[in-house]
Ligand binder design. Structure first.
Ligand code: IFM
Length: 439
């Protein structure tokens, strides 16, 4: 097995809407994902997160699962509509109480909490007022962040503001695949700007409470399809539109110029001073890594291509190429941008997960996926990248957004009929891996 620093953090990750359920309980307000998933035709399977893994009620059992797994840390997200049901105004103490119990339970089990403040479940009341197209949502987010950190910051050191703003802006407001289901390039980019502003406004408020703040970005490694300069240019542009669209402004480099031009974005929502706010210094950064993309320019014919890159041969059930080495250049980039505390905040895979008659899943494919990704991260560390931890996505099967419950990423199988948790082979493998890594 690969070598890791003695203080490397081994963890698992989940997110509120994907596991909690209890959508109408204890004063929680409606979120855009409640509304979206209840809209016919939006979720492939017609399912929703009303019950999900019922984690809201079963969190003690889930802490026990993590405890037996032997993880150091748990990355979860806080549901904004549980805390501020209308998005602004009244704070729901019962919502804070839930996370208070969760955090105390984790700490009692020796597991360090790593919360994310926004994993896509925007209060519907804010969406009714324009959602992320409205600048006021960014200000509301900073207020909400402060409320949560005031209550939990005495026990939690490391906070993340947003999870994968690419998804919540471009999938939610440009492509319409995610809540709230809006479309249009201008909408997507304006939403992205307000999300980044929300991050920038919340960051100093989290730090003012003596805590560390950061952001979680998803990035694919973009591979030019051949040695042809046009393929290289196409891959670079795709990279600017995906990872760098968020990484660059957060890192004080502004929006990537070619991408702004290619989109034809008028930047009318960007007010003087916004880019400075967005570039508020952060203490850590999270990378969610799943895949690579082979990018080809439309202007090149196959006959003109030399040094053609072979197509990947291995894919997960999501149709994403399995490419562990692709994480290395992304991590090296974060190092070169000056980040000194980098976490893999998500990485993992969905597979068909055939269960035997005792519901056991012998998921050797997931084990192999994780093993190879751990090895790649270890290699990046050898290259001088300060990777501090790895959170496997996900602790357990859960609501996979537009795919409903049809895709399973968990180390633990969830029987959605009975809510039974059945550890898969990968759970035992990860437990043993962590033990050996520590030894
Ligand atoms: O399930 C999601 C998660 O919510 C965000 N990152 C990617 C995962 C797999 O699609």
């Amino acid at each position: 097995m690969s070598a890791f620093p003695a203080d490397f953090i081994w963890g698992v990750a989940t997110a509120s809407y994907q596991i909690e359920g209890a959508v109408d309980e204890a004063g929680r307000g409606e979120s855009i994902w409640d509304r979206f998933s209840h809209t016919p035709g939006k979720i492939l399977t017609g399912e929703n997160g009303d019950v999900a893994c019922d984690h809201y009620h079963r969190y003690p059992d889930d802490i026990e699962l993590m405890s037996r797994l032997g993880v150091d840390a748990y990355r979860f997200s806080i549901a904004w509509p549980r805390i501020v049901p209308e998005g602004v105004g009244g704070v729901n103490q019962a919502g804070l109480d839930f996370y208070d119990r969760l955090v105390d339970g984790l700490l009692a089990a020796g597991i360090t909490p790593y919360p994310t403040l926004y994993h896509w479940d925007l209060p519907q009341a804010l969406e009714d007022d324009g959602g992320w197209l409205n600048r006021r949502t960014a200000e509301a987010f900073a207020d909400y962040a402060e409320v949560v950190v005031d209550r939990l910051g005495d026990r939690i050191e490391n906070w993340m503001t947003l999870n994968e703003p690419w998804c919540s802006s471009l999938l939610g407001y440009m492509a319409g695949f995610h809540a709230p289901g809006l479309t249009g390039v201008e909408n997507g980019l304006n939403a992205a700007h307000h999300l980044l502003l929300a991050h920038g406004l919340a960051t100093p408020r989290i730090q003012a409470a003596g805590c560390n703040a950061g952001i979680v970005l998803n990035m694919d490694h973009m591979v030019p399809a051949s040695g042809h300069p046009a393929d290289h240019a196409a891959a670079d542009l795709e990279d600017q539109k995906f990872g760098r669209w968020f990484l660059d402004p957060v890192s004080g480099r502004g929006y990537p110029r070619d991408a702004v031009e290619d989109y034809g974005w008028d930047m009318a929502v960007v007010r003087p001073g916004d880019l400075d706010l967005i570039a508020a210094p952060i203490d850590q950064i999270g990378l969610n890594y799943y895949s690579i993309r082979i990018v080809r320019s439309d202007s090149v014919t196959e006959a003109d291509r030399t040094e053609v890159v072979a197509e990947p041969t291995e894919y997960t059930e999501m149709g994403w190429a399995v490419a562990p080495a692709g994480i290395i250049p992304l991590l090296e980039r974060l190092r070169d941008y000056g980040y000194e505390r980098i976490y893999i905040t998500e990485s993992g895979a969905a597979y068909p997960d055939v269960q035997d008659d005792r519901s056991y899943v012998d998921d050797q494919d997931r084990i192999s996926y994780l093993d190879r990704h751990f090895e790649a991260v270890s290699e990046a560390i050898d290259h001088g990248v300060p990777v501090k931890g790895y959170f496997v996505w996900s602790l357990m099967d859960n609501f996979e957004w537009g795919f409903g419950y049809s895709k399973r990423f968990g180390l633990v199988r969830v029987d959605y009929e009975t809510q039974a948790r059945i550890p898969k082979a990968s759970y035992a493998w990860y437990r043993d891996y962590i033990r050996s890594a520590r030894a």
